[in-house]
Design a protein around this ligand. Structure first.
Ligand SMILES: Nc1nc2c(ncn2[C@@H]2O[C@H](COP(=O)(O)OP(=O)(O)O)[C@@H](O)[C@H]2O)c(=O)[nH]1
Ligand SMILES: [Mg+2]
Length: 350
C-alpha cells in the first residue's frame, strides 16, 4: 500500500468528551485531512486490539512504558484465570485428578489473598501453577471454557509460564496484543497515514457503558464494528445467559438503525478467527458444534442476521482478524475509497 504513518496521540477522555475536546495541531499535521472513526462492538470483541495493531503499524513496536503497564496485568490475568478455571472445575463437581494439586491451589490462592498477583511471582508459585495447569481435570475444565467466563488467550500464557518466570521477563509485542485490559469510558488515538489524520475512538463495550456511546456518534466518517466470531458458543459476561454472537448481531442492528449512524460507512471486522478455527477443529474431533461447522457457515448466518449491510446503497467493507493476521492497514484503503467516492458523488451534483 505504501502509506506512511506519523504522530500518535493517545488520551483518556471523559463522557462529555465532544464538548471539551482539544484538537492538537502541529505544523506537520495541519495540512492533513481529518477522518474520525469510531470503533464499536460488544465487550471483548477486539476493539482495543484493533487500536493496538494500528499503533504497531505506526510505531513498529510497543515501548518501555507499554511494557511496564502490561507486565503486572499479565501476571494478574494469568493467576486470576487459573483460579477461575479451578472454581469452574468445582462448580462442575470435579476435583483435581491428582489430589496433591490441592496444596498447589492453596499456594496460588494465597498470592491473590495477599494482593500480590501483579508482582512477579516466586518460583514456588510458578511451579505450582505449572502443575495445576497440567492436571487432567483442569485440562478437561479448560476444554469446557465456553460454559463459564474465561479470558481469551490464557492458553498462550499458560503454555509459556517459564518465560514469564524469568527474572528478566519483558512483555513482547505479541504478549501485549494478546493481553486484555478492560477499557473504561472513551479513549481516542490520533494516527497520521499519508495525508489522512485518523482519530480512532475506542469505547468500552459492556452493556452498562453503551449509553455513553451517543457522545461519539456525531461527525464520524466511518464506524469500525468488531464481531468476535469465536464467541458463537459463549454466554455474555453481563448475564451468563445471552449468546454473545446474538448480542453482537442485536447491537449492530440497533446501531445501524440509530439516526446518527444511518448513513455512516461500516468497516466490519470479524475478529478472533484463530480462536474460531481452534474451536471448530476441536469440536470436529469430539462432539458436534451445535450449528456452525465452518467459517462459510458463519458468513452465511451473518448475512441472514444483518442483511442491511449487504444492500447496494450501503458502504460496507469486510475484513477478517486473527492474532496473527491484522488487516488494519485496510482501514486506510476503505476510508480513502469512501472519501474518493463521496467526492465523486458531490461532483456529480453540480
Ligand atoms: N487470539 C486472538 N485474541 C484476540 C483477537 N482479537 C482480540 N483478542 C483478545 O481478546 C481480548 C479482548 O480484546 P479487546 O481488544 O481488549 O476487546 P474490547 O473489549 O472490544 O476492547 C484480548 O485479550 C485480546 O488480546 C484475535 O483476533 N485473536
Ligand atoms: Mg477495549
Amino acid at each position: 500500500m505504501g502509506c506512511t504513518f506519523g504522530c500518535c496521540v493517545q488520551e483518556e477522555v471523559d463522557d462529555n468528551y465532544h464538548e471539551n475536546e482539544e484538537v492538537v495541531h502541529t505544523s506537520e499535521i495541519q495540512k492533513v485531512r481529518d477522518v474520525r472513526v469510531a470503533i464499536f462492538g460488544t465487550a471483548g470483541s477486539g476493539k482495543s486490539t484493533i487500536v493496538k495493531h494500528m499503533r504497531l503499524l505506526n510505531e513498529g513496536s510497543f515501548d518501555e512504558l507499554d511494557q511496564r503497564q502490561y507486565k503486572p496485568v499479565i501476571y494478574s490475568n494469568v493467576i486470576h484465570s487459573l483460579l477461575d478455571i479451578i472454581e469452574a472445575m468445582h462448580e462442575m463437581n470435579l476435583d483435581f485428578e491428582n489430589k496433591a494439586r490441592r496444596k498447589d491451589h492453596v499456594i496460588v490462592d494465597l498470592v491473590v489473598k495477599r494482593h500480590l498477583e501483579e508482582k512477579a511471582y516466586n518460583l514456588q508459585v510458578f511451579e505450582a501453577m505449572k502443575r495445576i495447569w497440567a492436571d487432567g481435570s483442569i485440562q478437561a475444565t479448560f476444554a469446557r471454557r465456553n460454559e463459564y467466563q474465561l479470558m481469551d488467550n490464557v492458553e498462550y500464557f499458560f503454555n509459556d509460564l517459564d518465560r514469564l518466570a524469568d527474572d528478566d521477563y519483558e512483555p513482547t509485542d505479541r504478549d501485549i496484543v494478546l493481553t486484555h485490559i478492560r477499557t473504561t469510558g472513551i479513549t481516542r488515538i490520533s494516527i497520521v497515514f499519508d495525508d489522512l489524520r485518523f482519530e480512532l475512538i475506542d469505547v468500552a463495550g459492556h452493556r452498562a457503558e453503551r449509553r455513553k456511546w451517543v457522545n461519539c456518534f456525531q461527525n464520524i466518517d466511518a464506524m469500525i464494528y468488531c464481531c468476535a466470531i469465536s464467541e458463537f458458543d459463549q454466554k455474555l459476561n453481563e448475564d451468563n445467559r445471552t449468546n454473545r454472537l446474538e448480542d453482537s448481531y442485536a447491537l449492530l442492528n440497533s446501531l445501524y438503525q440509530s439516526r446518527w449512524l444511518h448513513n455512516t460507512v461500516v468497516i466490519m471486522f470479524w475478529t478472533k478467527k484463530d480462536l474460531f478455527d481452534m474451536k471448530i477443529k476441536s469440536a470436529q474431533s469430539s462432539t458436534s458444534t451445535d450449528g456452525l461447522t465452518s467459517f462459510d457457515d458463519f458468513v452465511e448466518e451473518f448475512e441472514e442476521r444483518c442483511p442491511f449491510l449487504y444492500q447496494e446503497q450501503v458502504q460496507c467493507y469486510f475484513h477478517v482478524m486473527s492474532s496473527i493476521i491484522s488487516d488494519v492497514h485496510a482501514v486506510y484503503d476503505d476510508v480513502t475509497d469512501t472519501i474518493l467516492e463521496n467526492n465523486l458523488n458531490e461532483t456529480r451534483l453540480f
